[in-house]
Design a binder for this molecule. Structure first.
Ligand code: FE2
Length: 432
């Protein structure tokens, strides 16, 4: 498959948009792959990070402190000549779309900012194609961006991970999601991780306080927007799993600007239902994961604890039940909670319900003392953490990891035999 990357020879730069497209190889350039001198850290406000990676493309984005005219180059396994993407400039924000890549393949890229030299190369892997059953690992965390000791200790563990991608449950940059807070409390903290794994975000209330989420959108939305056509709703696939990002902010002003899930005749709700119908009908999709900020089930109480968001519960739980959502990940409460397998507001056998996970312990203040336990609670604790999820075919295992790198909770679930879909190339497993 890697030859597809070599054979096609398409290379173009759209100067007007400030976005560079780079695809394939055979660029007649005797490039030096040795990495050159490391780029001085002072040149980059946001080191290169990956968004919207798919099985055939990736977007690399970075920001310089001062306007510059940079170049990106990348190569795949076995390539002897890299693809170069000179960018239009001078600009401070730089975006390159790498196209015509092969699935589950490691690529290496570097950037150069004028006379600062090539930075250290970074490696990333493209995603497995829809329906492929390649095992994969992703991370989840939320409510992170304070730059306090808790966030920084957890970041040390996160930056040692090598996941396929990361999803975030919102509140990346306290207090108000400004450009500077995003740079300092997010991009600079997780730079070693973000350069090699795609980051998929959903906004928390704090991320929306500045220009209605303008800095968040500029940082995380791909050029041209998401598949939903809306600012904060999107889907992506990895192999046999579909991920759906939602916007659960519901103030009047936000609803006017971005729509509302609570309006069942509105565009957002109808889009979600269509996505869930499509996922359930798609033979390539075994797992459905939703992620968003406000939690349908939360046992957090007391001052600063939000608890269950009843509006979100009323909207999402019937849909999760009807379409067989496997997991939801949310934040907002600064703790870790895992529900039992739930369906119809009752505990059901594992594999036959939805597990609602609160992961809001990425570094936000732990000011409340009320992570309790309710009828739906399987595990709850107020602890800085992230979640590592490993999907292997019809089995998913999640572990909650603390600042010492220790798993303090784990849960494994398999899709029951009678609920597994039949793919064209695969016979249904015999019932036992
Ligand atoms: Fe929040």
């Amino acid at each position: 498959m890697k030859n597809r990357h070599l054979i096609a020879c398409l290379f173009s730069v759209l100067i007007a948009t400030g976005l560079a497209f780079a695809a394939c190889s055979s660029v007649p350039e005797a490039a030096n792959f040795d990495g050159g001198a490391p780029m001085p850290p002072g040149g980059l406000e946001r080191r290169p990070y990956l968004i919207a990676v798919t099985d055939s493309s990736a977007i690399v984005r970075w920001r310089t402190f001062t306007p510059s005219t940079p170049t990106l180059r990348f190569w795949g396994p076995g390539d002897t000549i890299p693809v170069r993407a000179p960018l239009p400039g001078p600009n401070t924000d730089h975006t390159v779309l790498l196209k015509d890549l092969s699935p589950v393949t490691e690529y290496t890229y570097q950037i150069q900012t004028e006379d600062l030299g090539w930075n250290n190369p970074a490696k990333f892997r493209t995603f497995a194609s829809p329906g492929a059953d390649d095992p994969f690992t992703f991370l989840v965390f939320g409510d992170s961006g304070t730059r306090n000791t808790g966030q920084m200790a957890l970041a040390q563990q996160l930056n040692n991970e090598n996941p396929a991608f990361i999803i975030h449950t919102g509140d990346l940059a306290y207090k108000s999601g400004t450009e500077a807070e995003l740079s300092i409390n997010h991009f600079q903290v997780y730079a070693p991780l973000l350069r090699r794994a795609a980051f998929f975000a959903t906004p928390g209330d704090h991320d929306l306080r500045t220009r209605n989420g303008g800095p968040f959108i500029a940082a995380f939305n791909p050029p041209g927007g998401w598949d939903s056509g809306a600012a904060f709703y999107y889907t992506f696939d990895y192999g046999n799993a579909r991920f759906i990002a939602l916007d659960t902010k519901d103030t009047d002003r936000h609803k006017r600007l971005y729509g509302s899930l609570a309006n069942k005749s509105g565009k957002s709700y109808r889009w979600l239902v269509a996505q869930l119908e499509a996922a359930r009908a798609d033979p390539n999709v075994d797992w459905i994961f939703l992620f968003f900020h406000h939690s349908p089930y939360s046992a957090s109480t007391g001052w600063g604890g939000h608890g269950s968001d009843e509006d979100i519960q009323e909207i999402l739980v019937p849909l999760a039940d009807e379409y067989g959502v496997n997991f939801t990940f949310s934040g907002h409460d600064h703790d870790y909670q895992r529900s039992h397998s739930l369906r119809g507001d009752e505990i059901v056998q594992d594999g036959y319900g939805t597990v609602y996970v609160v992961s809001g312990g990425g570094g936000g203040k732990r000011t409340f003392r009320g992570t309790g336990s309710k009828w739906f609670t399987a595990y709850a604790d107020q602890v800085y953490h992230y979640i590592r999820v490993h999907v292997n075919g019809y089995t998913a295992r999640m572990e909650a990891i603390d600042t010492e790198g220790q798993a303090f909770d784990s849960y494994t679930v398999s899709i029951p035999l009678e609920r597994r879909k039949t793919r064209e190339t695969e016979a249904l497993p015999a019932a036992q």
